[in-house]
Design a protein around this ligand. Structure first.
Ligand SMILES: *Cc1c(COP(=O)(O)O)cnc(C)c1O
Length: 342
């Protein structure tokens, strides 16, 4: 059996159809805004979310960082969950790029409530503390194990943001996993958020790329910030072709990834050597071994079977399902888990 790599949904290779789309893409110099395929991708996503504009970025981190810069001035503060990607995994970019600090909220699996947002806003006339100007939510949550927000809670967060004149950004790296899971319409999200970033290179399976979506009012400066961050690109329509292909062919199938993750979670929860499995909502399974000392033998047994997962330390492990994880691999992996003794 080929290697089964469940460390992340970023390990996928382009499918035949996607490669064909890449090879036949019509391209131009995007720095001159003359790449027809990039223009088509940006229009497609703006329309899908009911927003004015969209802009392609090489990475999700750069898209989030640009969004934060669009919403804030140096010295200001944003509110996010303590596990947020923008705070934990973007190299300190919030302070480096925007000169902004983060007020961290102790949320539930990476999700925060409207009430928590309101409690964490610094009073604007109290000049000793930084001015709160932005709220960043993440859906689905990464460190929180693929948890999805309830749309009703996001509506409440929006109300709080309106009341206090705060911007609202969504880190939607895996938003499509949530949309498919909950049967939601991207336009609902377009209505609620000022800016949204989505990754094409996670569950959607392209080699690279993220897109920032928003209204003209904010997005008019996005291309300058992307330039400053070093993100001006030339014939990048090849990657946009992969993105368009993924949006047309790889969105509905995310349900398969979500279901397989749920089946893995069920099997794990029946094993004597598993202490706890976090609720599986989308394509990420986070679980804990009963005995942290079992970590090494567990990982060794997996690697003997040519299976890779992420070890997050202290008995915490992570599995992510994706496009290159086939039915055959899934059945094999479930059998291995069921038979394992530690
Ligand atoms: C992957 C991811 C990103 C973007 O990461 P890049 O590696 O920079 O593309 C942003 N937010 C979340 C929640 C992610 O999982």
């Amino acid at each position: 059996m080929k290697e089964i790599d469940l460390r992340s949904d970023t390990v996928t290779r382009p499918t035949k159809g996607m490669l064909q789309a890449i090879m036949t893409a019509e391209v131009g110099d995007d720095v001159y805004k003359e790449d027809p395929t990039i223009n088509a991708l940006e229009e497609k996503l703006a329309k899908m979310f009911g927003k004015d504009e969209a802009l392609f970025f090489p990475t999700g981190s750069m898209a989030n960082q640009a969004a934060i810069k669009l919403h804030t001035q140096p010295g200001e503060q944003l509110i996010c969950d303590k596990w947020a990607h923008v705070y934990n995994y973007e190299g300190g970019g919030v302070s480096f790029n925007s000169g902004v600090s983060c007020k961290l909220v102790d949320g539930d699996r990476g999700m925060i409530t409207a009430e928590q947002v309101e409690e964490n806003i610094n009073p604007p006339d109290f000049y000793h503390s930084p001015l709160t100007t932005l709220v960043c939510l993440e859906n689905t949550t990464n460190k929180g194990g693929g948890a999805c927000y309830d749309l009703e809670e996001i509506k409440k967060v929006r109300k709080v943001c309106n009341k206090h004149e705060l911007g609202l950004h969504l880190d939607g790296a895996r938003l499509f996993n949530a949309l498919v899971k909950k049967g939601e319409d991207p336009k609902e999200y377009g209505k609620l958020f000022d800016t949204i970033s989505v990754c094409l290179s996670k569950g959607l399976g392209t080699p690279m790329g993220s897109v920032l979506i928003g209204d003209k009012r904010l997005m008019k400066n996005a291309i300058r910030i992307r330039k400053v961050l070093g993100g001006g690109m030339r014939q990048v329509g090849f990657m946009a072709a992969a993105g368009i292909y993924a949006l047309d062919n790889h969105v509905e199938r995310l349900a398969v990834d979500n279901d397989r993750a749920s089946e893995i979670g069920n099997i794990l929860s029946q094993q004597a050597w598993v202490k706890k499995v976090e609720p599986v909502e989308t394509n990420i399974v986070i679980f804990y071994l009963k005995d942290a000392g079992d970590e090494k033998p567990f990982m060794e047994q997996l690697s003997k079977n040519n299976i890779r997962i992420s070890n997050m330390g202290q008995g915490k492990l992570r599995i992510v399902t994706h496009l290159d994880y086939s039915k055959e691999m899934h059945d094999h992996f479930l059998e291995i888990l069921q038979a394992m003794e530690l």
